[in-house]
Design a protein around this ligand. Sequence first.
Ligand SMILES: NC(=O)C1=CN([C@@H]2O[C@H](COP(=O)(O)OP(=O)(O)OC[C@H]3O[C@@H](n4cnc5c(N)ncnc54)[C@H](OP(=O)(O)O)[C@@H]3O)[C@@H](O)[C@H]2O)C=CC1
Ligand SMILES: O=C(O)C1=N[C@H](C(=O)O)C[C@H](O)C1
Length: 268
Amino acid sequence: MIKIGICGTAGRMGRTLVAAVVQNPHTRLAAAIEHQGSRWIGADAGDLAGIGTLGLSLVDEPAAAIDSSDVLVDFTVPEATMANLALCRAAGKPIVIGTTGLDQAQRRELSRTAEVLPIVLAPNFSAGVNLTFKLIELAARALGEDFDIEVIEAHHRHKIDAPSGTALRMGEILASALDRDFGTSAVYSRQGRTGERDRKTIGFASVRGGDIVGEHTVLYAGLGERLEITHRASSRMTFANGAVRAAVWLAGQTAGLYDMQDVLGLRD
Ligand SMILES: NC(=O)C1=CN([C@@H]2O[C@H](COP(=O)(O)OP(=O)(O)OC[C@H]3O[C@@H](n4cnc5c(N)ncnc54)[C@H](OP(=O)(O)O)[C@@H]3O)[C@@H](O)[C@H]2O)C=CC1
Ligand SMILES: O=C(O)C1=N[C@H](C(=O)O)C[C@H](O)C1
């Protein structure tokens, strides 16, 4: 049994992760962490997740919680993730990170830490999205420069980062498939007299509303035809099950920075 600690337990993903860990035959919930001052400290993790009392309370001392776990699963905010990364490094405990919106400096720190610690970092833990990553690469290579490419994503009203981590990863994959520099190809907004579309760009559009779990479309617009590749998540359990699968996989790995392509065996 792999002992899992969850950070961000009272959040949308945290609660779903509690249920996924408890339902998985290979894992046991060892620790449920929230930040100091959270009104959920002391609450039962199972009650919060809606799966019945587990006898495990939410705590605000991540170091002790990490010590009692084999792997930490973190779906929080970038600052909390980076603090947990340092604690995991000190304790020698692998970490699965689902948090999106990390900046360049934070990603560099993560890469440095991965020299001594096993880490899975993925903007999306669903199997369907990770297969979609392969499909959009294939389509970009096949359609080449004749088609304009746009990435459209839609999420719930509470999401705090845009574009989504998944959309940005899609952009990186598309740019690489077309031999373009992602940093200079990406266009995040259009307003006013923009001029004609620069054919080398990859555009992003973000929709926010209601309870949309997560939807991503890559649009290839040519002359006389249009191709759309879409993934729609209808339940957070798809992300949670993927993250738990990643945690079980990571427990047996040496130091390195992995993503869901490694976990699913999709790496070329
Ligand atoms: N990779 C993937 O497959 C997926 C990634 N995500 C990403 O996961 C992250 C979380 O999403 P979601 O669950 O919807 O967000 P929520 O806001 O619902 O959950 C985040 C939780 O983390 C808590 N938190 C904040 N700071 C700390 C801290 N220092 N220590 C411990 N807990 C802390 C928050 O508490 P409080 O509310 O009190 O601030 C909250 O309970 C986002 O970055 C999102 O993009 C989401 C779904 C899938
Ligand atoms: O915040 C969310 O909810 C999600 N975030 C991830 C992202 O930013 O790509 C993944 C998923 O679409 C849900």
